[in-house]
Design a protein around this ligand. Structure first.
Ligand code: ADP
Length: 266
């Protein structure tokens, strides 16, 4: 990009400022490039279920099909339509939340009540897992957006539910490590192969063997968790043993004493 921009430093402009301007432009170009790549990726991914549905529809329109076969085709078409629907919903959620990321109105958030709020959505008489929460009341608040953090925890918990057997235990805990709160969601489920541990955070990535058994899923949930964590100046990572379970971690900076006072007054 150096050749594209001609900036002559004058006595009024410090060298650092010029560099900052160039960096800003190149950042924006980078974002634009990412957006384009993302859009073409999305169109491609959404076309897959649509192509399958069209193929089956054309077949049944043009050929005499028995009742059993028809039922089978309808089931496939229904599944693909659901997948497309889920993709669009997730994608719109993602866009909405992304817009929110720029609002920058972070406040002190109590992780314990946030976790309890998410778990309540998964609890109740129909619950198929036993969910254990261990977040100490003494944990300092994190600086963030409650709705975004809620969404991130909900995505992790819904994966833990989706990829682990009925009746197994899921543990959500949080603890301090240095200046950060580390939240973890641990399941005793199918696990993730080592070579996929980092890739699961990429948009649309799904572990192949998993997607065979769990037809629904879009590969967008963890990408969003990563985005949310990074906007909070935090990180995400996963540990897993195949066949035994996975643990997803999110680290989040907690509110410092000075910020806490400002937040409390707000
Ligand atoms: P989705 O679940 O909709 O496919 P995600 O982005 O949430 O998309 O997850 C990406 C992939 O990572 C999943 O398809 C699955 O293969 C794997 N995965 C995520 N969470 C877990 C988990 N708790 N246990 C095992 N595999 C998981």
């Amino acid at each position: 990009f150096w050749t594209e921009i001609a900036i002559t430093p004058t006595s009024e402009v410090e060298e650092g400022q010029v560099l900052a301007v160039i960096r800003d432009i190149s950042d924006r170009k980078e974002i634009e490039k990412m957006r384009e790549a993302m859009l073409s990726n999305i169109s491609h991914e959404m076309r897959t279920p649509l192509t399958a549905m069209l193929g089956f529809l054309e077949f049944v329109i043009e050929n005499p099909v028995g009742e059993t076969e028809l039922r089978e085709y309808h089931t496939i078409m229904h599944r693909e339509a659901e997948r497309l629907n889920e993709m669009i919903t997730n994608f719109l959620d993602m866009q909405r939340l992304k817009a929110k990321l720029f609002e920058n109105h972070f406040k002190p958030v109590d992780l314990r009540s946030l976790v309890e709020g998410v778990v309540a959505l998964f609890a109740g008489p129909a619950a198929i897992h036993s969910i254990v929460v261990d977040v100490p009341a003494t944990l300092p608040p994190v600086l963030g957006d409650a709705e975004l953090l809620h969404q991130a925890i909900a995505n992790l918990l819904s994966n833990a539910v989706k990829y682990s057997p009925r009746g197994s235990e899921i543990t959500l805990d949080a603890r301090m490590e240095g200046e950060r709160a580390i939240l973890s969601v641990k399941d005793r489920g199918i696990g993730i192969p080592r070579e996929s541990l980092e890739k699961v955070f990429d948009m649309f990535y799904r572990v192949q063997i998993t997607s065979k058994h769990h037809a629904t899923g879009t590969g967008l949930g963890l990408a969003l968790v990563k985005e949310i964590a990074e906007t909070h100046k935090g990180q995400v990572w996963a540990e897993s043993t195949l066949g035994q379970g996975s643990t997803f971690y999110v680290s989040l900076p907690v509110v410092g004493n000075d910020q806490k006072q400002t937040g409390d007054q707000a």
